[in-house]
Design a protein around this ligand. Structure first.
Ligand code: SF4
Length: 444
């Protein structure tokens, strides 16, 4: 029988990357093999993102490019899934603008991919194509049937919850991913245990707001009790999680991370802005004082913690003074790294209706923010030079060249054999470059 291939292109966050693993799991079970060449694929899936305007434009461009491939082979199946499809009216826009798309699935319907492909094949005999299935229920059921096809060894992602209840005024996520639904703690525990048993060395728990894990359940579990259970799993592995929300992160969670050897010295705690007025307008439910309180706790329990953040500039109404508050906060916290971005209005959100500030101002501000963060990142990296750090070898991008991460999340490049991928090695840090540390493996 002729080989059948699938090609998946993922846009956006880690959540989408993991969901693409689930889509791959379905396609592999159906007998498809992965290809990196769109033109070779019988099924092409785009897992989309709509968090920013630029992401959306890029995806539209990419979908447009598929027209030629579809013309070359009409039996090719084109599937669009993910956050973009879930925006109000967007599935219809995609269907009209790109008539060659065969299947459009919403964020909570990806587990239906096999069923929809079979349905499409049957319909084709009757010359009726195109399937759109978007679940608009705010709390769709959590599906546990799909087994991810992981290609990320030695790292693995595990969802602990879906959706978000927070409605930050700039964010589209609660609209496209629904309200919070937490997975059963025993199912999560089993998944983490089996990954550790299978040899995975770094597990990242995923959720839009991991700290509110369990709040939709009636069995008393919460993020702390879940972490307590995971802390008892034996074996050497690392655990990270994302994303934490400053309104919910607790001292007991910070303490548990500090006390548990397998939990990484690394917390991603998005601040978004350093001005109280802007935080209020963003509906973030914390202020500078609360944020600094958490940072002080983290530094008290974990003096070497790699603290990272998401920071936005150009939110509607942001004055120069507000922006200077953000720069001031960045200087005081001293993030190891930060994802910085320019605010872009998302239709349907509260902030999109506010008075926007000119792009030139946003662009000038982001330049100043990036320059400051790069300087801090370089200064912190310099402190590592001469130290020996434990690194999990993640990949061998070139012959005799390896890369991996420290427990606090820093990327390190060093020479070594690809057989070491998936092992912990001690690396002496020799140089500090903007994007990564450079080191050499040492014994002991
Ligand atoms: S916490 Fe706020 S920014 Fe994060 S997903 Fe929820 S609404 Fe969006």
């Amino acid at each position: 029988m002729e080989n059948k291939y699938y090609y998946i292109e993922t846009f956006g966050c880690q959540m989408n990357v993991h969901e693409s693993e689930k889509l791959a799991g379905i396609l592999v079970k159906m007998g498809y093999a992965e290809t990196k060449e769109r033109a070779q694929a019988h099924v092409i899936v785009f897992n989309t993102c709509c968090i920013r305007d630029t992401a959306e434009k890029k995806i539209f461009g990419n979908i447009g490019e598929l027209k030629i491939l579809k013309r070359q082979d009409k039996s090719r199946i084109i599937v669009i899934v993910g956050c973009m499809t879930q925006q109000e009216g967007m599935a219809e826009v995609i269907a009209t603008k790109f008539p060659f798309v065969d299947i459009i699935l919403g964020t909570s319907n990806i587990h239906l991919l096999e069923q929809k492909i079979v349905e499409l094949e049957e319909r084709r005999h009757r010359k009726r194509g195109k399937i759109i299935d978007i679940d608009t229920n705010e709390k769709p059921a959590v599906n546990e049937d799909t087994i991810p096809y992981r290609t990320s060894y030695p790292n693995a992602w595990v969802n602990i919850m879906y959706g978000c209840n927070n409605f930050c005024s700039y964010c589209i996520v609660p609209f496209v991913r629904g309200r919070e639904r937490s997975r059963d703690p025993e199912v999560i525990l089993e998944e983490v245990q089996s990954l550790v048993k299978a040899g995975y060395k770094e597990i990242t728990l995923l959720g839009q707001n991991v700290d509110s894990y369990g709040s939709d359940r009636n069995d008393g579990v919460n993020f702390y009790t879940l972490l307590q259970k995971i802390a008892k799993i034996e074996g050497k592995f690392r655990l990270r999680f994302m994303t934490s929300h400053p309104k919910d992160l607790s001292e007991e969670v910070i303490k548990l991370i500090a006390e548990t050897p397998n939990f990484c010295n690394n917390i991603h705690l998005p601040v978004q802005a350093g001005s109280d007025a802007i935080l209020k307008a963003m509906n973030r439910h914390y202020d500078r004082e609360r944020y600094f309180y958490l940072i002080d706790l983290i530094k008290k329990y974990m003096p070497n913690c790699g603290i990272t953040s998401d920071i936005m500039v150009g939110f509607p109404g942001e004055t120069e003074e507000d922006f200077l508050d953000t720069l001031d906060l960045v200087e005081k916290v001293r993030y190891h790294n930060a994802f910085t971005f320019i605010y872009s209005p998302r239709k349907g959100t509260v902030a999109a209706k506010m008075e926007q500030i000119p792009y030139a101002i946003k662009s000038e501000r982001i330049g100043r923010l990036i320059a400051l963060q790069n300087k801090i990142t370089l200064e912190i990296s310099q402190e590592y030079v001469g130290k020996v750090m434990e690194v999990l070898v993640e990949d061998a991008p070139k012959p005799n060249m390896l890369c991996g991460r420290t427990d606090c999340g820093r990327l390190v490049n060093f020479a070594g054999n690809k057989e070491l991928v998936g092992q912990f090695v001690n690396v002496r840090i020799d140089k500090n470059k903007a994007s990564a540390l450079i080191g050499e493996i040492v014994n002991g």
